[in-house]
Design a protein around this ligand. Structure first.
Ligand SMILES: Cc1cc2nc3c(=O)[nH]c(=O)nc-3n(C[C@H](O)[C@H](O)[C@H](O)COP(=O)(O)OP(=O)(O)OC[C@H]3O[C@@H](n4cnc5c(N)ncnc54)[C@H](O)[C@@H]3O)c2cc1C
Ligand SMILES: *[C@@H]1O[C@H](CO)[C@@H](O)[C@H](O)[C@H]1NC(C)=O
Ligand SMILES: *[C@@H]1O[C@H](CO)[C@@H](O)[C@H](O)[C@H]1NC(C)=O
Length: 412
């Protein structure tokens, strides 16, 4: 319960860092963002936001600014090669969960967050790379940038992605592990597909030869995303993945491979694939971490650096927004509760949520396997449980924080 106003240094201006700055601003907590690149990292493509994240973005006044920039939808359909509906996965639902899902270009979301921060006058320093924590005390932390400059703040937040450097302070030896899966995606003109009238997208067409994904990027957008996943035995490392990404002809071949086993519109989709928009996404995970803050709780990691998760349930970025929002709400209560305890509560809450998502991922992955893979992994029939999405999409983070604070202040 310090009377000194908090100031927060955020390392990384990805979606986690930018949204954290917006959330802290709402709590009147001053912060500065540091990004190693000269401009925001553009991984390309679109992300899917589910109701748990959209409710947060709404509370941060971001949602009204982005809802018309993306494609709103409620379900992902899984169909077989003959067009028979096999399964419907809800990614949102206005009536049920308060929000439809929103698929939006990553750059559109980043641009909007940057614009909000500009309006609010938040300090953002590009081309500034964090190197290491120098010293942590009871009321602050000092760190060094790559250029030798020393920074100082009451809290240091690593929002610096899956290969986080801030994380090294908590886990010097940890490296993300490769899951053995990669996603290969491309963008092609919507008109090229000649989708049957009324055919629902996003869709995954499942055949015994695997799945093929088609997803819209914008309402009536000129292009759609297409993609497939592939098993890859070994971790190729950064240089290896870069080489794989650079070989566009091979990637086109992979996307085209086996298309004859799929409906016409899939064959149309892969008939001509522009090289410029092909993406390779190797799936890495950060092993389960037992702490997301340092001992003195002055250094915190969140977003991908704390819990990069496989994409099966599409929760990667959605979980990052949860991290950020709850963290900012708790910091907003710094005058009422002990910050050490608040951050402990945050850490435990977040770990539970991530565990829940990983469990859901597992269920989804089992459903998506080819018959061959199911046999290989020894998955018994009937082992796949009904998916409970309400608890994923409908938590009330603000209420959970308020309740916790109320219980603490009564106890005190
Ligand atoms: C091809 C691809 C497609 C994806 N699609 C989806 C999707 O559809 N849905 C979904 O939920 N997730 C998706 N993801 C995962 C999603 O991108 C991540 O969950 C999300 O980007 C994590 O955000 P972040 O801000 O935590 O990290 P990042 O986006 O990685 O941002 C970290 C930032 O920190 C900066 N940084 C790193 N080190 C330093 C340093 N030392 N000093 C200063 N700055 C530093 C980086 O330059 C970067 O700007 C996808 C990922 C990839 C690669
Ligand atoms: C932040 O400051 C504004 C303007 O002074 C005030 O209206 C608002 O209630 C404050 N918010 C919080 C969470 O303290
Ligand atoms: C993290 O490291 C892996 C392996 O070296 C690399 O393939 C990947 O591109 C890196 N990710 C980011 C976001 O820098």
């Amino acid at each position: 319960m310090s009377s000194q106003p908090l100031n927060v240094a955020i390392i990384g201006a990805g979606l986690s860092g930018l949204s954290l700055a917006v959330a802290l601003q709402q709590q009147n907590i001053s912060c500065t963002l540091y990004e190693r690149l000269a401009s925001p990292l553009n991984i390309g493509g679109a992300v899917m936001l589910s109701p748990n994240a959209l409710k947060i973005l709404d509370a941060l006044s971001v949602y009204p600014r982005i809802r018309n920039k993306g494609y709103s939808f409620e379900t992902l359909e899984y169909k077989d090669g003959d067009g028979k509906l096999m399964e419907v996965y809800e990614f949102g639902g206005e009536a049920k969960y308060g929000y439809k899902g929103l698929r939006i270009y990553r750059t559109a979301l980043i641009e909007e967050l940057l614009e909000i921060l500009r309006e609010q006058g938040v300090k953002l320093v590009f081309g500034k790379k964090f190197k290491r924590v120098v010293e942590e005390s009871e009321d602050g932390v000092k760190w060094e940038f790559e250029d030798g400059e020393i920074g100082e703040a009451s809290l240091l937040v690593g929002a610096d992605g899956i290969n986080s450097s801030v994380r090294k302070y908590l886990y010097p030896d940890l490296t993300p592990t490769f899951t053995g899966g990669i996603g290969i995606t491309a963008a092609v003109p919507t008109s090229q597909l000649k989708l049957p009238p009324g055919y629902h997208i996003p869709v995954t067409v499942m055949t015994p030869h695997g799945g093929f994904v088609i997803a819209p990027q914008e309402v009536d957008g000129p292009e759609v995303l297409i993609g497939k996943q592939k098993r890859v035995e070994k971790d190729h490392g950064r240089a290896g993945w870069d080489a794989i990404s650079a070989d566009k002809e091979a990637l086109v071949k992979f996307l085209q491979q086996g298309a004859e086993n799929f409906p016409d519109f899939v064959q149309n989709a892969v008939s001509s694939i522009p090289h410029g928009k092909i993406n390779v996404w190797p799936f890495y995970v950060v092993p389960k971490l037992d702490k997301l803050t340092s001992e003195k709780r002055r250094v915190i990691i969140l977003g991908d650096g704390a819990h990069a998760i496989p994409p099966s349930a599409g929760q990667g970025i959605n979980q990052a927004f949860e991290d950020v929002y709850m963290f900012a709400l708790l910091l907003g209560q710094a005058d009422k509760v002990d910050m050490q305890e608040a951050l402990k509560f945050w850490q435990e809450y977040r770990e539970q949520r991530i565990a829940q998502v990983l469990k859901l991922n597992k269920q989804i992955e089992m459903r998506r396997m080819t018959e061959e893979e199911k046999l290989k992994e020894n998955i018994p029939a009937g082992s796949i449980h009904e998916i409970e999405l309400s608890s994923l999409y409908k938590p009330d983070f603000k209420k959970d924080v308020d309740d916790w604070v109320a219980a603490k202040t009564v106890a005190a």
